[in-house]
Design a protein around this ligand. Structure first.
Ligand code: MTE
Length: 319
């Protein structure tokens, strides 16, 4: 297996573009409006989120886990600078290549150690479990980050509906596999399909989302249409795009990146500024659309919500 890396230097190139984006400072109107409504609701003591431009208002039932105080990354940046190895390693090429994704119809299969295995269509996921908006930081292991308003359903609700068995300790996620359409999968050196894994506690944590949209719209193909995982306290490679199946199991699964380069990409992949990647520091990051680096936060800023998951877990296993 050759050394395949997630390193990315292309953000060094479009500095002028980033500068232009940073300086125009324009907040899309719907963002402004939904933030105002959020702030009004929060001020009234209700954790209520307006689901983007949608009509529905979903009640948000937990601790503060949002990045509402931060500027959203520009949609244009988030939807044109992507990692989607099924298509290409060229981040700027993904948007166009992914035009052939065909996200509908699509089924997500939940199977394995569950009493009630099920297939869900995307519309069914939304109507059964309720769409919420979550504004999360996304921190890529390569050193770039974004603040993204996702729309989606909490994964824990979906898994709960399938009645996990007591022996289910891990959850394995599998992406699509079709080299005739996903051109990157013609590279047989990589262990296709893209797979990821979480512990059952991580998968059912209220922050963990199956996203079906972002910025008040349907998820663009290049961002993982029609449904992707979002685990905001972990490096972005855990947030598998275009989920095809979810399998509950007793054993920890191997994952795409732990097979490609285990010494560089861990299973846990919790964002940790104190643990450098073997080839670069993780202490700082650059937001899409910004010019200056900023410090990276432990657990990507979600320590109050998730640190308890790792109490008593050996440091090597947490990273
Ligand atoms: N999911 C699949 N199926 N294939 C991928 O190559 N890349 C991961 C993750 N999910 C990837 C994936 C990585 S490395 C990152 S940083 C994020 O997707 C990027 O998500 P974005 O392109 O929507 O920003």
């Amino acid at each position: 297996m050759p050394r395949i890396t997630l390193i990315n230097f292309s953000w060094l190139v479009p500095v002028n573009r980033l500068r232009a984006l940073a300086s125009d400072g324009i907040t899309p109107e719907w963002v402004y409006r939904s933030r105002r409504r959020f702030l009004a609701a929060a001020g009234a003591g209700a954790m209520t989120i307006v689901a983007g431009a949608a009509k529905a208002v979903a009640r948000y039932d937990g601790a503060p886990r949002l990045a509402m105080d931060e500027t959203l990354s520009p949609f244009e940046e988030v939807s044109s600078y992507n990692n989607f190895y099924e298509y290409s390693t060229d981040k700027k090429a993904i948007r166009q290549l992914a035009e052939n994704l065909r996200p509908y119809p699509w089924q997500v299969e939940v199977k394995g150690d569950v009493a009630n295995p099920r297939n869900f269509g995307v519309a069914e996921l939304k109507s059964l479990f309720g769409v919420e908006e979550r504004i999360y930081r996304l921190r890529c292991v390569e050193g770039w980050s974004a603040v993204i308003p996702w729309l989606g359903v909490p994964l824990g609700r979906v898994l709960g509906a399938c009645s996990p068995l007591a022996r289910a300790k891990y959850v394995r996620f599998v992406g699509p596999c079709d080299p005739s359409r996903f051109y990157g999968q013609r590279d047989r050196r990589l262990p296709w399909p893209y797979t990821e894994g979480l512990t059952i506690e991580e998968a059912t944590h209220p922050l963990t989302l199956l996203a079906t949209g972002m910025y008040g719209k349907t998820l663009p193909n290049q961002n993982g249409a029609p449904v992707r995982l979002v685990v905001p306290w972990k490096y972005g490679y855990k947030s598998l795009k275009s989920v095809v199946s979810i399998e509950l199991r007793a054993e920890r699964p191997e994952t795409f990146w732990t097979r490609v380069s285990p010494e560089e990409y861990s299973f846990s992949a919790n964002v940790d500024p104190d643990v450098p990647h073997p080839r670069w520091s993780q202490a700082r990051e650059i937001r899409l659309g910004e010019m200056r680096k900023r410090p990276t936060l432990p657990f990507n800023g979600y320590a109050p919500e998730v640190a308890h998951l790792y109490a008593g877990v050996a440091a090597t296993e947490r990273r």
